[in-house]
Design a protein around this ligand. Structure first.
Ligand SMILES: NC(=O)c1ccc[n+]([C@@H]2O[C@H](COP(=O)([O-])OP(=O)(O)OC[C@H]3O[C@@H](n4cnc5c(N)ncnc54)[C@H](OP(=O)(O)O)[C@@H]3O)[C@@H](O)[C@H]2O)c1
Length: 261
């Protein structure tokens, strides 16, 4: 009876038997998503530069009974992304395959087109657009041969509604949103789903990395409670849990009080 229940518990998990790659898993949305997908039964492969942080996330998932593997690397380096895919396929717990990739690693940049630090422009595009597109292309090529798979791309509300205060960063999210939709149209006939997730303001390390000052916090205080990374992770898990013929191709999740952008 107990044994039956345990097996039933596993098969009831919505992502049981799937292998998911999550980039940017050492912090924020990626970390929360890795936990969520592991709790839903997926074996998760974690990627980010800070290997110590990543290893801790993997250990915490394992201590909850989940399967996790940490692969350190830089998501703006195409060769590191290739290594991530190779390591995933050779990880015993992956079953020699992957079914889901969450293209999440990214960074912001404070300031308008006039005021942002243009020395960071190239680095930002290399990560948010070129690295992300490389991962999308290679995982999609693989999934087309399998005739199934999920590519979840983390865009942004500012990748749909431009704001003068983060226009350069927003442009990178416009770019990756366009690439995601073009890819969706290219691979949907092969059973591969592409989903674009556009978060509003989520409190994470994002603000510090982007260089937002205290004024940013004061300027948005009127919006009230902002989002936790978990909210986005829950949305991702929900769209991945739809039946194979249902593709939630876009989802925008904002704090209720966020009027703009
Ligand atoms: N927070 C928001 O308000 C918000 C809103 C809309 C969209 N987003 C998007 O959501 C995604 C996740 O952001 P977040 O809020 O979770 O920010 P976060 O807490 O700063 O997390 C960013 C993650 O990306 C990784 N990363 C950054 N640069 C990398 C690189 N060169 N190579 C490999 N990994 C790298 C970081 O790990 P390491 O530093 O260890 O490498 C970290 O795990 C980003 O694409 C961001 O643009 C965020």
């Amino acid at each position: 009876m107990t044994k039956h229940k345990a097996v039933e518990g596993k098969t009831n998990k919505l992502l049981w038997g799937k292998t998911a790659i999550v980039t940017g898993a050492s912090s924020g949305i990626g970390r929360a998503t890795a936990f969520k997908l592991a709790q839903a039964g997926a074996a998760v492969v974690l990627h980010a530069r800070r290997k110590d942080r990543l290893t801790k996330v993997a250990e915490d998932i394992q201590s909850q009974g989940g399967k996790a593997y940490a692969v350190g690397g830089d998501a703006s380096l195409l060769s590191d992304l290739d290594i991530l895919l190779e390591r995933t396929l050779s990880w015993k717990e992956s079953g020699g395959k992957y079914d889901i990739v969450v293209v999440n690693a990214g960074r912001g940049l404070a300031g308008s087109t006039l005021a942002s630090d243009d020395k960071q422009w190239q680095e930002l595009y290399q990560l948010n657009v070129i690295g992300a597109a490389h991962l999308m292309r290679h995982t999609a090529q693989y999934m087309v041969t399998k005739k199934s798979g999920d590519i979840v791309v983390i865009g942004s509300v500012v990748g749909r509604n431009i704001s003068p205060f983060s226009a350069f960063y927003g442009s990178s999210k416009f770019a990756i949103s366009a690439i995601a939709e073009g890819l969706r149209q290219e691979v949907c006939a092969h059973g591969v789903r592409v989903s674009l997730v556009m978060p509003g303001i989520v409190i994470s390390e994002f603000q510090k990395v982007a260089g937002y000052t205290e004024d940013f916090g004061k300027g948005i205080a009127y919006m009230g409670k902002l989002l936790e990374p978990q909210v986005i992770a829950d949305g991702i898990c929900w769209l991945l849990s739809q039946p194979p013929h249902v593709n939630v191709s876009e989802i925008m999740i904002r704090p209720t009080g966020q009027n703009i952008p």
